[in-house]
Design a protein around this ligand. Sequence first.
Ligand SMILES: [Zn+2]
Length: 394
Amino acid sequence: MNKSEVETQSSLNRFITLTAIRGSSGNEALVAAEIERQLIEAGADPSQIAYDGAGERTRRSGDCGNLIVSLPGNGQGPRTLLSAHMDTVPICLGSEPVIDGDCVRSAAATGLGADDRAGCAAILTAVVERLKRGDQNFPPAVITFLIQEEVGLEGARHLDVEKVGSVDRAFNFDGGTVEKLTTGAIGGERIKIRLTGVPAHAGVAPEKGASTIVMAARAIADLDQNGWLGRVEKDGKFGTSNVGIIQAGDATNVITPEATLAAEARSHDPEMRTRIVTAIREAFQRATEQVANDEGVCGGMEFESHVDYESFRLPNDHPSIEKASEAVRLVGREPFQEISNGGLDANWLFLHGISAITLGCGQRNIHTAQETLDIGDYLDACRIASWLITDGAA
Ligand SMILES: [Zn+2]
């Protein structure tokens, strides 16, 4: 079995072209249009290309949906999905990709945007190479270019699974090294807490007030003292939590009547994550009851929590892991498996019934102005993606 060869110069040009396009979360339409243009140029029929309208279902409305490309092939054998996300984090807007030795970096004071245009370029390269060799010579495949990954995996969450169709193997190309196969990831939940107290003049009649800042302080101290903040370990189960934002007050002479807090909880174990969220809710509930004015009027609370992504873990003997490992070995590298402590599009794909392995494409220092792409790694990612939907697809 041979590794699939890819045209190196055009693969690299493809990355550079896609990376120079401005496209933050919710503004992926220009990226999608360029991908579409290249697909048509490579011989794809417009009927193979569809949008799923996810941009109208996401929390922030987007200028396009997920782009889905169907490759019917010979209609036999397993159907393979390749996926990558089209948006970049805001620091990458205005990227000017230039080749610098073995790497690509941005000549402007921005991030490069290889997370995840390198993933998009790698799977687009795979499609172009497959079309060149004749789509009908290979088992069926489907390609998804997803929107709004960086703002909470919104594109994957709202993916129209009917439009994707049934999938037997799935490979998601995102940030990181080529050898790393991410086969599971943590689950995360976002929490919003609104506290209400009783306003009063802080100098004239402080006893008439009930301060939301005191409530917040008590609740957070309570969580901290009882091991529910930061790294959380209870009964051999693990998770993390953080209160990241507090907004309250606008004068020192007022007992603060309102406060809004934002927090999060994560765990590989959904039950443990729920326990952490419950501990946070109870701590704030107690604090609002404890802080009262001289007439016994205490505080109130609104508590909202929203599952960003559910944790998942593929079994060690999952056939996609074997396939991905084989692909990585064919480019002369030794694969290793990892479970991620951050959310991935694969978390939502899993909930949609698609078990995806996530592979890197050689992006370094993602989400910073020092982001680079290792060219050797990227070309290997192109070869891997290409092999997975051609010679390795059977
Ligand atoms: Zn990414």
